[in-house]
Structure formats: structure tokens, C-alpha cells
Design a protein around this ligand. Sequence first.
Ligand code: FAD
Length: 318
Amino acid sequence: MAEVLVLTDHNGGRLRKSTAELLTIARRLGEPSAVHVGPGADAAQKTLAKYGAHKVYVVDDPDAASFLVAPQAEILAALVEKVSPAAVLVPSNAAGKEIAARLAIKTGSGLITDAVDVRAGDDGIETTQSVFAGSYTVTAKVTTGTPIICLKPNSVGIEAAPEAGTVEAVDITVSDAAKAAKVTDSQPKKATGRPELTEAAIVVSGGRGTGGDFGPVEEFADSLGAAVGASRAAVDAGWYPHSNQVGQTGKQVSPQLYVAAGISGAIQHRAGMQTSKTIVAVNKDEEAPIFELVDFGVVGDLFQVLPQATGEVRKRKG
Ligand code: FAD
């Protein structure tokens, strides 16, 4: 069975949930092999094996870890040449898409971004892809080279696997050209205790309708164990950090549940959230465009609706 390379998504060795999702998908296509660039492979190995990695290629080169995305593309390109995988799977986030694009150029392969499903078809690997800022869902396949596929976080349910993995250290020299930009410092985001926006199962977002008071949005999010998102109008007004912006020029999220409070539903906001499984909106304007795409809509003032919903959730949780 051909190998399927999965680029691990981690922070100093701490794996993000997207890695388990990629491994779950990889098992449908062939034999998953994780590619771990940077430190922490020993700690990560057990989790990687749990989700089906038969092998873990480890490149623990300090150069590779501190030089942003270019070395990772080079490492993947070298592995593509070495093992001729059936596919390469990468998370569909900002870094993953840049790595995948560079890899596609290096290997002369086709690339599919923002896939929400991937399966082995009769005639090669098939993907369901969200395109044109989420306005269309298309079935697509790579027809040239090695399929390189970026999978949107939260698109698939994670399934554990019984296999055990082995670690293979790979010696790949990173070129000087790939070291043209280096990370010189990094500051962790202020801890909020909330899940990471793109990984969260539930996201509660606030928009201009909050008038700058995100209290009810945060309270409701905390009652559900959710992440907090914001529209660009709220971010531009300085009410919430850009790192929480959902949309075309913010983050793309695909949670099980997305709650939009005081958000009108502009196309650029939809681009970041319309692949969410269930969408709920609270808006006092019943004509607001957000109601065109919701599963459940509440016409009302968020300052009344959200505290009531928070109280109800807390009561039911006991
Ligand atoms: P508004 O459109 O002003 O809507 C506010 C809503 O709140 C209204 O529907 C109103 O009825 C409702 N409301 C008011 N008070 C209450 C209340 N008390 N209770 C309940 N409801 C209330 N936007 C993004 O979000 N993300 C992006 O990434 C993004 N990228 C963009 C990129 C480009 C190139 C451009 C041109 C625009 C982009 N935008 C983006 C901006 C986008 O076009 C909208 O302007 C923005 O999404 C509007 O934010 P909003 O819905 O919070 O505000």
C-alpha cells in the first residue's frame, strides 16, 4: 500500500487536533506516514501512532524549525521524491497553504486547498472542496503529479486506529535559499482558557451589533466551552483582536456549531464560517442576510437573548 504523507501541525511538539484529522483521512487513502519537522517528535509519537501513523519521519533540525515555511516545503519535496506517496496532506491554515503551494511548485503537482472531505475514488483520490469564499462546494481531483491536499480543520470526525508506529529520522539538508526568513522571537497569545478558534467544536462570534461589549458573547461562549470569534467590523473598531476575526481576511472555521450574534452576514464573513455544521444567528433585524444561511435564527436583541441562553445552558449543565 502506498504511503500517504501527513505534515504534523504542532507547537514545539504539542500536536494540534488537525493532525489527528489528517491521519484519519490518510487511512482512507493508503498507509499514513507522519512528517514531523522540529522538536517534540518523541512526545508526539504515541499520539501519531494512536491515529494510524505507521511511520514518523522526523527532521529535528533547528534550522528547519526556526525558518518559517520554506524548509518544510523542501523537506516534504525530498520525501515525495524518496517514497512516491499516494498523496500529501497538510492542514488548510495560513502556514499549511503556503507550504503546500511551495511543494506543488517544487514537485510539479496539483494542489487542492480547503478540502472538507477526501476519499479514494475509482479513478484516484477525490475531494470535496469549498471554493469562491465558501459560496460553492465542488468535487475535485488532482490530475498531475502527487495529489497535495489541504484539509480544513474540523472537517472530519477523528477516529483512533490500532496500529503502532515507528520513528525514522530522516537526514535532509535544508538549502540556504529556504532560510531567507527566520523566526527571531515569538510571544504566546494571552491565555484565555478558551479553545483555539480554528480547532474549537463551538464558536460564538460577535459583530458590530455588540456595540463593543463582548461580555454576553464571552459569557455564552464560556457556558458552552466555545471559542470567541469576531466580525471584521468589530475588529476594525478595536473591540476584539484580529487573531479572533472570522472571514475572508480572518480565520476560516468549520465548527459543529457556529453562533453569530449581531453580525449581518456579509459575504466576506460567510467566507470564514459557512462550512460550519450548524449555524445559529441572533440579530434584531429579521431581514439581515445572515438568516439566509442559518439552521436556527433568533430575531432579537443579543443583550437579552445571549444572557438567557447562557443561563439556560448553565442550568442544564447543573
Ligand atoms: P454590520 O454589517 O454593521 O452588522 C451588524 C448587525 O448587527 C446588523 O445586522 C444589525 O441588525 C445587528 N445588530 C445591531 N444591534 C444588535 C443587537 N443589539 N442585537 C442583535 N443584533 C444587532 N468581514 C468579516 O467579518 N470578516 C472578514 O474577514 C472580512 N474581510 C473583508 C475583506 C474585504 C476585502 C472587504 C471589502 C470586507 C471584509 N469584511 C470582512 C467586512 C464585511 O464586508 C462587513 O463589513 C462586516 O462583516 C460587517 O460586520 P458586522 O456584520 O459585524 O457589522
